[in-house]
Design a protein around this ligand. Structure first.
Ligand code: BGC
Length: 713
C-alpha cells in the first residue's frame, strides 16, 4: 500500500493531466442497470459504477476504463452490502439485538472479504440512522432507537467493513449513511420531511456519524429528506459546517440515488442546472445517478458560477480514495478466487452464530421452551416455517434463497429419531386466503406442541416499504388463534423486519421468539433455540408498541409535567395517558428473556459525590441461579433529575454482555465518565451540569437496581 505522501504526489500529477470533463467524470456514480455505459467508461466519464455484481462483467468494465480510457483511471465498484454479500447474516436490526460488538465487526468483515474478492470495494453501509418509528421500513437496516448503542455499533461496523484484504491486495471502504435525520421521516413514511430542533439533531441523530467519522469512515451519503426546510443534499450548514468543519470529515460525500435531481421536485431548485449548483456548493462531491454533474457542472465552471478549484478538491478526494484502497494496482478480479471467497464454511458458521445471538425470547410461560431434545411430536405451522426467500430480509445483496435453511430443515437436522414433525403452511403471509388453516388445526391437535412461524415478507421492510399497521399481515393472527383453540401449547416464532404490535399473541400464546429476518442460517438457529441446544441471549434494541397509535414510542422520552399514570385506565386524571390504551410498550427497549434465571443485587456506587470531569465507578452482582449456562446483557441507565433543560427519563450509558454458568455470580463494573452525561443547551453548547443523577443497573430499560450519585463542580 502506498504512503500518504506517495498518494498525494500521484494524485496531483494525475490532476494536472485531467481535462475538466475527466475531472467531473470522477464525481459521477452510475447505476449500471440503466443502460450500456461503455462509451462513457472509455471517455473517463464515470468514477463509480454500482449494481454490478458479476465479476466477469466488472472486469470487462474495468478493462474499458483502465485500458481504453485516456488516463486509465479505474472505476470504483460500489454496492449495497448491507448484511452480507453472499453469506447473508441477520438484518442489521436483528444483529444489533445481540449487543455483541465483536460479532458485528466480524460479520461486517466477512461481508467485506466476500465483497472485495468479487470486486465491490465501496460498501454502501452501515446505515446509522436512529429509528424510532416502526412504520418506517428502513428501521430494518439500522441499529434501532438508541443513540449510545447505535454509536458503539457504528464504530464496529465501520471497522469491520473498512479493511485491507490480503487476498486481493485491496481495501474495502464503508459509507456512513444517510446523513442525516432520515429515520425521523414524518409519519414513518419513507423520504418524508423532517422538522427537528438542532438540539435533537445533535443529541440523538448526529452521534453515530461523529463516531463513524472518528473511526475513519471514508465516505458519507447524504439523505433524501428535507431538514428544516432544506434537503440535506443542498444543505451547506449540515454538510460543510457540521460534517466537514465540526466533525472533521475529509472523505467523499456522495448524494443518495437521484437526490440531486430531486432538489427540483422538493421545490428548492428551478431546474437541474440550479440543482447542480446547489448540491455541489453545499459540499456534495458525487452525484449518484442523477446524471446532473455530467450535464451541468462543466457549464457552471465555464460561466464562472462554480470554481474549478472546488471541483479539484472533490476529485482529489475521490482519487486519493482509489489510490488508498489499491485500486490502481489491482483493478481486476481473480475470477477463481472470487468464486471460492464466498460461503466459506467459517462464514456460514458465523452466520449461524449471528442468528443464534440475534433471536429474542419475548415470552416463555411455564418454561414451555426449550422443547427439549427428546420431544415426541411437533406441529410446525405457518407461511414462514419452510420459506427460503423471506429469511434473507431486505437488501439481501447476492444472497440466494437456495442457500437459506428453513425452520423445517433446521428442525429435521437437529431432532432425534423418535421425534415426528407435521408441517402445514396454514395460510399465506399477506393475502386473506385461509389456505389450509383446518389442516393446521388437525396437526396441532395430534402433536405435543405447535410451533407457528409467522411474520412479514422481506419486501415489507426496507426502502419505500413502510406500513401504517404493525399487525401481523393477512390471516396469520387467525391462524394462531385457531391453533391456540386446540389447547395444544403454542410457540410463536416471528420473522419480520420491524417491531410488530401483537397484543393478542402476547396475551394468549405461551412462548414467543422474535427471530427477525435471520439470514441463511436462520432455520438452524431457531431450531437450536427451540430444542435447547442454544440459550437465547438477545435483547430488543427497539421498543415494541401495543398499538401503532403509540408511535413514536421509545424508552428515553421526557417526563412531561403530568407523567403517565402507572395504574388502571379507569383513573380519569389530567395525565399524559391515552383513554383507550395503556401508555407503556408491549416490550420495552433492552428487553429479552433467557432459559437461565438471572438475579441482580448489590448495586454499588463507589463515590456518591463526583466532580465534573471525573468518572463514577459503579457495579452490581449478577447471578445465574437457573440450571442452564447463559449470557446476559447488563445495562446501565442514567437520569439527570434536575437540569437547566428537561432530560429523558432514562438514557443508556453503558452495557456489558457476560456469560454465567449455572450457579455462577459475577460483579459487573462500569466506569462512567461524567462528561458523557451532558446535553446541548439552546445555544448549542454542550454542557455537563452539577446535580443529582439517578442510575440503574438492570436487565432492560424498564427495570433494574436503582441508586443515585451527585455531580459537584
Ligand atoms: C438508498 C441508499 C442506497 C442507494 C444505492 C438509495 O435509494 O437510499 O441507501 O445505498 O440507493 O443503491
Amino acid at each position: 500500500m502506498l504512503s500518504e505522501s506517495e498518494i498525494k504526489i500521484k494524485v496531483e500529477k494525475l490532476l494536472l493531466k485531467m481535462s475538466l470533463e475527466e475531472k467531473i467524470g470522477q464525481l459521477v456514480y452510475i447505476d449500471t442497470r440503466n443502460k450500456n455505459y461503455d462509451e462513457e467508461y472509455k471517455a473517463g466519464k464515470i468514477g463509480v459504477a454500482a449494481c454490478v455484481m458479476d465479476p466477469e462483467e466488472i472486469n470487462r468494465i474495468q478493462r474499458l476504463t483502465v485500458e481504453e480510457s485516456r488516463l486509465g483511471i479505474p472505476v470504483l465498484v460500489g454496492n449495497d452490502v448491507i448484511h452480507g454479500y453472499r453469506t447473508i447474516f441477520p438484518i442489521p436490526l436483528a444483529e444489533a439485538c445481540s449487543w455483541d460488538i465483536t460479532l458485528m465487526e466480524k460479520t461486517a468483515a466477512v461481508a467485506a472479504d466476500e465483497s472485495a474478492a468479487n470486486g465491490t470495494m465501496l460498501i454502501y453501509a452501515p446505515m446509522l440512522d436512529i429509528a424510532r418509528d416502526a412504520r418506517w421500513g428502513r428501521i430494518a437496516e439500522g441499529a434501532g432507537e438508541d443513540t449510545f448503542l447505535g454509536s458503539v455499533i457504528a464504530r464496529a461496523r465501520v471497522k469491520g467493513f473498512q479493511r485491507y484484504h490480503e487476498e486481493t491486495g485491496t481495501a474495502t471502504i464503508a459509507c456512513a449513511k444517510h446523513f442525516i435525520a432520515y429515520g425521523a421521516a414524518e409519519g414513518g413514511r419513507d423520504y418524508n420531511s423532517v422538522d427537528m430542533s438542532e438540539k435533537t439533531l445533535r443529541e440523538v441523530y448526529l452521534p453515530p456519524f461523529k463516531v463513524a467519522v472518528d473511526t475513519g469512515v471514508e465516505t458519507v451519503m447524504t439523505s433524501f429528506n428535507d431538514f428544516n426546510g432544506l434537503p440535506v443534499t443542498a444543505n451547506k450548514f449540515l454538510i460543510q459546517d457540521i460534517l466537514r468543519n465540526e466533525l472533521g470529515f475529509d472523505g467523499v460525500v456522495v448524494s443518495d440515488y437521484d437526490a440531486i435531481h430531486e432538489l427540483v421536485i422538493h421545490g428548492v431548485a428551478e431546474d437541474s442546472g440550479e440543482a447542480c449548483r446547489k448540491a455541489f456548493e453545499a459540499g456534495t462531491d458525487m452525484d449518484m445517478n442523477a446524471g446532473i454533474y455530467t450535464e451541468y457542472l462543466s457549464e457552471l465552471v465555464k460561466k464562472g458560477k462554480t470554481s474549478e478549484k472546488m471541483i479539484d478538491d472533490s476529485v482529489r478526494r475521490v482519487l486519493v480514495l482509489k489510490y488508498k484502497i489499491g485500486l490502481f494496482d489491482h483493478p481486476y478480479i481473480n475470477i477463481e478466487k472470487a468464486r471460492t471467497a464466498v460461503l466459506k464454511k467459517e462464514n456460514i458458521d458465523l452466520a449461524l452464530d449471528a442468528a443464534r445471538k440475534s433471536i429474542v425470547l419475548l415470552k416463555n410461560n411455564n418454561k414451555l421452551l426449550p422443547l427439549g431434545k427428546d420431544i415426541e411430536s411437533i406441529a410446525l405451522i405457518g407461511p414462514l416455517a419452510d420459506n427460503r426467500q423471506e429469511p434473507l430480509g431486505c437488501w439481501a445483496c447476492d444472497g440466494k434463497p437456495d442457500e437459506v435453511v428453513t425452520v423445517l430443515q433446521g428442525l429435521y437436522s437437529r431432532i432425534q429419531e423418535n421425534t415426528s414433525i407435521m408441517y402445514v403452511k396454514g395460510c399465506n403471509i399477506e393475502d386473506r386466503l385461509s389456505e389450509n388453516i383446518d389442516e393446521a388445526v388437525e396437526a396441532a391437535k395430534c402433536c405435543q406442541v405447535a410451533v407457528v412461524v409467522v411474520g412479514e415478507s422481506a419486501e415489507m421492510s426496507g426502502e419505500f416499504h413502510c406500513r401504517s399497521s404493525l399487525e401481523l399481515p393477512g390471516m396469520q393472527e387467525e391462524l394462531i388463534k385457531a391453533v391456540c383453540a386446540t389447547g395444544t401449547p403454542v410457540v410463536v416464532v416471528l420473522m419480520n423486519g420491524r417491531p410488530l404490535s401483537i397484543p393478542w399473541v402476547e396475551a394468549n400464546v405461551q412462548a414467543i421468539l422474535e427471530a427477525w429476518h435471520p439470514g441463511i442460517q436462520g432455520g438452524n438457529a431457531i431450531a437450536d433455540i427451540l430444542l435447547g441446544y442454544t440459550n437465547p441471549s438477545a435483547k430488543l434494541v427497539v421498543t415494541f408498541p401495543r398499538d401503532v397509535g403509540q408511535i413514536p414510542i421509545y424508552y428515553n422520552h421526557k417526563n412531561t409535567g403530568k407523567p403517565p399514570f402507572e395504574g388502571s385506565l379507569e383513573k380519569k386524571a389530567p395525565v399524559s395517558n391515552y383513554l383507550d390504551l395503556h401508555h407503556t410498550p408491549l416490550y420495552p427497549f433492552g428487553y429479552g428473556l433467557s432459559y437461565s434465571n438471572f438475579k441482580y443485587e448489590n448495586l454499588n456506587i463507589r463515590d456518591r459525590k463526583v466532580k465534573l470531569g471525573e468518572r463514577v465507578m459503579l457495579s452490581a452482582d449478577v447471578a445465574n441461579y437457573g440450571d442452564t449456562d447463559g449470557d446476559e446483557i447488563v445495562q446501565l441507565y442514567v437520569q439527570d433529575i434536575n437540569a437547566s433543560m428537561t432530560r429523558p427519563v432514562k438514557e443508556l450509558k453503558g452495557f456489558k454482555k457476560i456469560s454465567l454458568k449455572s450457579g455462577e455470580k459475577k460483579t459487573v463494573e462500569f466506569e462512567l465518565p461524567i462528561k458523557q452525561l451532558g446535553f446541548y443547551n439552546n445555544k448549542m453548547k454542550y454542557l455537563t451540569e452539577p446535580g443529582i443523577f439517578h442510575v440503574w443497573i438492570g436487565w432492560d430499560s424498564a427495570q433494574g437496581l436503582e441508586g443515585s450519585f451527585e455531580v459537584i463542580s
